[in-house]
Design a protein around this ligand. Structure first.
Ligand SMILES: Cc1cc2nc3c(=O)[nH]c(=O)nc-3n(C[C@H](O)[C@H](O)[C@H](O)COP(=O)(O)OP(=O)(O)OC[C@H]3O[C@@H](n4cnc5c(N)ncnc54)[C@H](O)[C@@H]3O)c2cc1C
Length: 397
């Protein structure tokens, strides 16, 4: 499955390392299928429990959707808290939002323990109302977040104008979010697990999983592997053994500008997004670029280069409208498949009939936070600990 086209900015920030395959063990505690962000964060969390682990990646680690990711990490989700309360009830919705907030702290821990700099920086987010009609929705969200103890402020249009070169009807500003280089975070987490003894086999596609009461046999392009438990983290690609009914594929667009000397007009280097759907979003990088994305389309295959060019022009136009006094030059642009779920939540949990196979599919714009939260949920299930997100995120919900 082709996941992206174009020139990816993050690829220029890291020289790919090939992981040496070690001699394979006869039986592993855990086999992780896929070496993207979900597999990486699972490997980080599970390697701390001293399981023997093998990671099987059909291509190279960090080469899937993770390298197309724009690296915004937020506790607020595509579905607002007050809307999630209507969807699944207050207790579960608030619990889920708190888990997302906690996942940000856990991601910081990964960043601090990584052997490479992953450019993790805590940031505030500016979430603005795209239209006057959306102000009420945003105020409701502000009240829900405030009531449940999340760090949030409500800004009117004057406050926005005082901090940015554009105006919008209103915004909420959340604290405790972060930006990261997603490719380096993914590799940093994998290196950590590798140092703790995880085996990694790149260029090894899993073709079939045969589950039995004592574990699972994985048939791959490089022979068989046996593990007591399998964790499937294959991203937006088809998952082995079960199809994920919630999965909804789209196409999205992202760009990175050339470095901009003076970014002092960008208050606190905040991450910015909006209430419109699909939303425009943006952030800054360590080397002074703007990375922005959006314009999602309801198609499940990457479009022609003509269509792609039109969308990039539109994205650039929207950015220039927000920052009319800045000379912006563009350097990288890429289009990618993007997976959402029909209820805007990730899918994490056990196969409905095969008790040794788990799935962690981080659908949605907040995929990295979901991968972190999901890695802990799977760890808890393996250790027999209860986890409040278990029923919210299971495949058959
Ligand atoms: C343009 C764009 C912007 C985004 N921005 C953000 C953002 O700002 N913040 C955020 O949190 N999220 C963002 N996301 C979402 C984020 O990228 C995903 O949540 C994340 O990459 C998913 O990671 P993954 O490991 O599940 O999938 P992937 O990174 O795709 O990794 C899956 C891996 O599994 C391997 N694989 C598949 N099948 C097999 C098999 N049978 N055998 C062996 N290996 C297999 C693949 O080769 C791949 O390496 C964005 C996504 C896109 C496309």
């Amino acid at each position: 499955m082709e996941l992206y086209h174009g020139e990816l900015y993050w690829d220029t920030t890291w020289e790919r390392q090939k992981f040496d395959s070690r001699e394979r063990k006869e039986l592993y505690d855990i086999a992780i299928i896929g070496g993207g962000m979900s597999g990486a964060l699972c490997s980080y969390v599970l390697s701390r429990e001293n399981y023997s682990i093998v990671m099987l990646e059909q291509d190279r680690v960090g080469g899937g959707s993770t390298s197309a990711n724009t690296g915004l990490l937020q506790f607020s989700n595509d579905i607002m808290l007050h809307e999630l309360i209507e969807q699944i009830g207050e207790e579960q919705a608030v619990e889920f939002y708190h888990s997302c907030k906690k996942a940000l702290e856990q991601l910081q821990d990964v960043a601090e323990n990584a052997l490479i700099d992953v450019n993790f920086h805590t940031r505030e987010s500016l979430y603005y109302a795209s239209t006057v009609e959306d102000v009420e929705r945003l105020r409701k969200e502000y009240e829900a977040l405030k009531k449940h103890g999340f760090p949030v402020e409500f800004w009117d249009s004057k406050q926005i104008e005082a901090h940015f070169p554009f105006t919008q009807p209103a915004a909420i500003v959340t604290d405790g979010d972060a930006e990261v280089n997603p490719l380096r975070l993914c590799v940093g987490a994998i290196q950590y697990a590798y140092e703790k003894g995880m085996d990694i086999f790149e260029q090894t596609e899993v073709l079939e999983i045969k589950d039995s009461s004592s574990g699972a046999v994985l048939r791959t392009t490089h022979g068989e592997f046996t593990a007591k438990t399998v964790v499937v983290t294959t991203g937006y690609a088809p998952t082995p053994e079960v199809s994920i009914p919630q999965k909804d594929l789209k196409v999205t667009y992202a760009i990175a500008t050339k470095p901009i000397k003076d970014l002092s007009f960008w208050t606190n280097r905040m991450m910015i997004w909006e209430t419109k759907r699909p939303y425009l979003y943006m952030r800054l990088t360590d080397d002074q670029r703007i990375v922005a994305g959006g314009l999602d389309q309801n198609i499940d295959e990457l479009p022609s280069s003509e269509e792609t060019a039109k969308q990039f022009d539109e994205l650039k136009k929207q950015l220039k409208v927000l920052f009319p006094h800045t000379a912006i030059e563009f350097e990288y642009e890429w289009t990618a498949v993007f997976g959402e779920s029909t209820d805007e939540l990730p899918v994490v949990g056990r196969h409905p009939e095969e008790p040794n196979i788990y799935y962690l599919i981080g659908l949605g714009g907040n995929g990295t936070v979901y991968s972190m939260l999901g890695a802990h949920l799977i760890r808890d299930e393996l250790l027999g600990k209860s986890n409040a997100n278990e029923t919210i995120l299971e495949i058959e919900r």
